[in-house]
Design a protein around this ligand. Sequence first.
Ligand code: AVJ
Length: 326
Amino acid sequence: MAAANSLTFCPQVESPAGAAVREGLSSRPRSLPAWLFYDDAGSRLFERITELPEYYLTRTERAILAAHAGTIIAKAAGNAHLRIAELGAGSASKTCLLLAAAMERQGAVHYEPIDVSASALREARQRIEAEIAGVTVAPRTMDYTNGLVFKALRPGERRLVLYIGSSMGNFEPDEALSLLQRVRATLRPGDAILLGVDLIKDREVLLEAYDDAAGVTAAFNRNLLLRLNRELGADFNPLAFAHRALWNRSHSRVEMHLESRRVQRVHFSGLDLTVDFAAGETIHTENSYKYAPGQTEMMLARAGFDPTATWTDEKNWFAVCLGHAR
Ligand code: AVJ
């Protein structure tokens, strides 16, 4: 009967996680989007990753920002008053260096961190309000890839959008470019963007950063499965999946996968979905793109920015690029 059919086939109002899982685990090779890592537990695990000896990214970028924060802020501002927004802010531990430099220059700063993790933003706000007096923190919990709108600026103000921490590295190069173009569309000529990107380097250095001795990255990768158990009623045994990190040289990216150690069936009671895994079958959970020197500047230019300046470390492991909207 029509009524029964329409009930049966009426599309469930599915959570974003549910929709992503249905799509990613039904396709071959199986994959899950990297944003799923960042529930509360995942955000905490990522914070621990940033403190690992093998994970050079955070401390290298922090050193670059510590050495050049004053210059970066001065160049970004010109003779305007900066308002600072940050995409994928997380706990914003490196941002303090830039906010402090902006405080010193202009006496007050409006800071708008944007992230999918509400808990990370809460932590960011506490940290910043405790560390730097005079910064107004206005967090926004949202997925910035779904569209972005900023409040109009007052005369004499300029916006600086921070997109640091190699966050852009999770996107395919064409997606990254389109994201930069969409950010550019929210800005006015003279506004600025600061990009922090990880550079191509020795394979061993890259792989250790994504497969640390203490197993924190493995736990971060497997937390994805625990999240699906918690939120979607799945029955994953996380230890039945091995953490794998590999360097895909031709695509210039580190990949993370979860590899099924044996034949197994996983049921999602919240999704009415069953997935069968063969032994050795993988779920591709993350791409982390690494850039060649000059590549970020080229992307900025293609997205409508003038690449104004680039700062790097002495090993050339990480780059921080400033661009001004044309
Ligand atoms: C938060 C995307 C910058 O790609 O290095 C860390 C995430 N994954 N270890 C990165 C991550 C595994 C991280 N980003």
